[in-house]
Design a protein around this ligand. Structure first.
Ligand code: NAD
Ligand code: DAU
Length: 355
């Protein structure tokens, strides 16, 4: 059955991959995105003229816009990706994180609650509010500690993680207090096509191609659990279809790697894919730089619940996923150039008359 989904933040990295997959599945998508520096309309190229895709340029903090969309499109679900998502920026200027991640999610929940009260009891029970969150809310693990489960207490360490934790608690509370059918997913580090090059993997790829240095914070031994973005999107789809309201679902790649492992693998793959580059071996570009303040040492996700209860499993390994990612960045020079030069922001200015 065709469903109507309001996706917030659908012009960002994971949101755009999700929108494209949901359109392939035949669901109607209304994408509400205010196009911060991280939102890129080029991510949704191919959907122009699609009658079942609507882009709405607006902010999740704006209750009137959200209310109007709910009334106009009568969605079956809201999937909330919209967020300030970069840890380093949250250290530099945390206020935007509280505003979008906490206040914005709160306002969306409030409007969703009002909307669900206007539905028949059957439609209200079938409605879903899926809040997309992160493993960073659980804090940092020591080398021998067990991976995060859904029972691990929250202990966020950065302003970003704290703001996501706040929004997760609100989503949970709206289920317990108002029976709004909310679900929260806590996913590990994603990588793949369309990721803005402030994050480690696309930054390494884009810098390496240009022969720029590959900055590694501290000793490079911090560990992350890596997941290919489409595997995350498949997990979100399953949670929407089969997840239990009020429940949290961890999502991860069972793929713990140090940052040095990652940079080494990216460099080796690039050496293979671009043997004629004058920057071979790309590993010579690796440079150790000052550490991130409060840098979490290790994340690892136990995703047994979603595997056992919903039958989800990651399809890509790190090497197959990285190969797809590198191919995408090498094949999409227009996207890469536009992000580099800021040309896509000029395009948005013309198209949407925004500053
Ligand atoms: P992103 O920064 O690439 O995209 C965020 C999108 O949200 C952008 O399109 C931006 O324009 C939009 N946005 C920001 N503020 C908004 C607002 N107030 N109103 C409307 N739109 C707004 O982020 P991402 O990496 O795609 O992450 C998406 C979500 O997934 C976030 O909630 C993030 O916390 C979560 N998450 C990310 C990862 C990861 O590895 N990237 C892992 C787990 C969870
Ligand atoms: O764990 C999920 C989270 O993963 C998401 O919730 C966040 O939105 C997403 O940004 C990501 O957070 P991280 O801080 O783990 O990702 P980032 O790509 O910024 O950094 C990954 C690791 O690489 C981290 O240990 C810091 C390090 N790093 C990062 C950058 C940008 C470097 O060594 N050098 C760099 O230049």
């Amino acid at each position: 059955m065709k469903r109507t989904i309001i996706v917030t933040g659908g012009a960002g990295f994971i949101g755009s991959n999700f929108v494209l997959l949901e359109r392939l599945r035949g669901n109607r998508v209304i994408n509400l995105d205010c196009l911060t520096y991280a939102g890129n309309i080029l991510n949704l190229r191919g959907l122009e003229g699609d009658p079942d895709y609507v882009f709405v340029h607006g902010n999740i903090c704006d209750r009137d816009t959200v209310r109007q969309l709910l009334e106009q499109y009568r969605p079956d679900a809201i999937v909330n990706f919209a967020a300030e998502s970069h840890v380093d920026r949250s250290i530099d200027s945390p206020e935007d994180f509280v505003q979008t991640n906490v206040v914005g999610t709160f306002r969306l929940l409030e409007e969703a609650r009002e909307y669900s009260m206007s539905l028949s009891p059957k439609a209200a029970a079938a409605f879903r509010f899926l809040h997309v969150s992160t493993d960073e809310v659980y804090g940092s693990l020591g080398p021998q500690e067990q991976a995060f489960t859904e029972q691990t207490p929250y202990a966020p360490n950065s302003p970003y993680a704290a703001s996501k934790a706040g929004s997760d608690h609100l989503a949970r509370a709206y289920y317990h207090t108002y029976r709004l059918p909310t679900l929260v997913t806590n996913c590990s580090n994603n990588y793949g096509p369309r990721q803005f090059p402030e994050k480690l993997i696309p930054l390494l790829i884009m810098n390496a191609i240009q022969g720029k240095s590959l900055p590694i914070y501290g000793d490079g031994l911090n560990v992350r659990d890596w997941l290919y973005v489409e595997d995350h999107c498949e997990a979100l789809h399953l949670v929407l279809e089969k997840g239990k309201p009020g429940q949290m679902y961890n999502v991860g790649g069972r793929c713990e790697k140090t940052n040095l492992d990652i940079v080494g693998t990216v460099c080796a793959l690039l050496d293979e894919l671009c043997p004629d580059s004058s920057f071979v071996p790309h590993s010579s570009l690796i440079t150790f730089v000052k550490d991130r303040p409060g840098h979490d040492r290790r994340y690892a996700v136990d995703c047994s619940r979603i595997e056992k209860e919903l039958g989800w499993k990651a399809k890509q390994t790190l090497s197959s996923g990285l190969k797809k990612t590198l191919d995408w960045y090498l094949d999409n020079s227009e996207w890469v150039d536009s992000v580099k030069t800021g040309a896509y922001r000029n395009w948005v200015k013309r198209q949407y008359n925004m500053d």
